[in-house]
Unconditional design. Structure first.
Length: 204
């Protein structure tokens, strides 16, 4: 009888351990959506010219943003309709930020400005999560970066695989404004490389 209960306990324990990655991803996705919601609310408030002189409301709003975003700094929102991606772009490609969403590679360019605006993201094992579908992008596909005050459109110009140590992709490769999306690429031999997607800013 004890062996029976021990066996059942081991099965339950195994199931619980196996669920940890899924629970972790679900929690991070919840936080990501919370960031998107609060970011939109804040941008809407700013663009609507809402008064901030009410000290009590201002303090309450600051507390709400602080508690829910956990001091995350958001550079903007990245949208790629072709692969149904919409994620906040966090400032700084730290391990914590990359687990939560996609993030800027510092110090690179600024959205809409001359230079190379680089964004890194994990190639998640979960379909459609982070930059999991980045390899599906093709020349001519559109990328949108919304900073809250401006919205910029980029068109994909190229995609290729480089070695992990090839940091030249972070430099300016054109005389204008470009965007570089970076994620991991795993070769058939199991070698970890980098998938690079390049885009160029479209004039309004």
């Amino acid at each position: 009888m004890k062996r029976k209960y021990l066996g059942i306990g081991c099965i339950i324990l195994g199931i619980c351990i196996g669920m940890i990655p899924f629970v972790k991803e679900s929690f991070e996705d919840y936080r990501q959506q919370k960031i998107l919601t609060l970011w939109r609310q804040e941008m809407s408030r700013v663009s609507g010219g809402e008064e901030t002189a009410d000290t009590e409301n201002a303090i309450e709003r600051e507390r709400d943003v602080g508690e829910n975003l956990e001091n995350e700094e958001v550079a903007g929102i990245l949208r790629i309709p072709t692969i149904k991606l919409e994620q906040p772009v966090l400032k700084g490609a730290t391990e914590r930020n990359l687990n939560l969403s996609v993030a800027t590679v510092e110090p690179t360019g600024t959205p809409g400005e001359k230079g190379n605006f680089a964004i890194a993201g994990h190639n998640s094992r979960t379909y459609g999560r982070h930059f999991n579908r980045l390899e599906e992008l093709q020349k001519g596909d559109e990328l949108f970066v919304d900073t809250g005050t401006e919205s910029y459109t980029y068109k994909v110009t190229d995609s290729y695989v480089v070695e992990a140590e090839d940091v030249w992709v972070l430099g300016d490769t054109i005389d204008g404004a470009e965007i570089t999306l970076i994620t991991c690429h795993y070769s058939k031999e199991g070698k970890v490389q980098r998938l690079i997607v390049k885009g160029i800013l479209q004039k309004k």
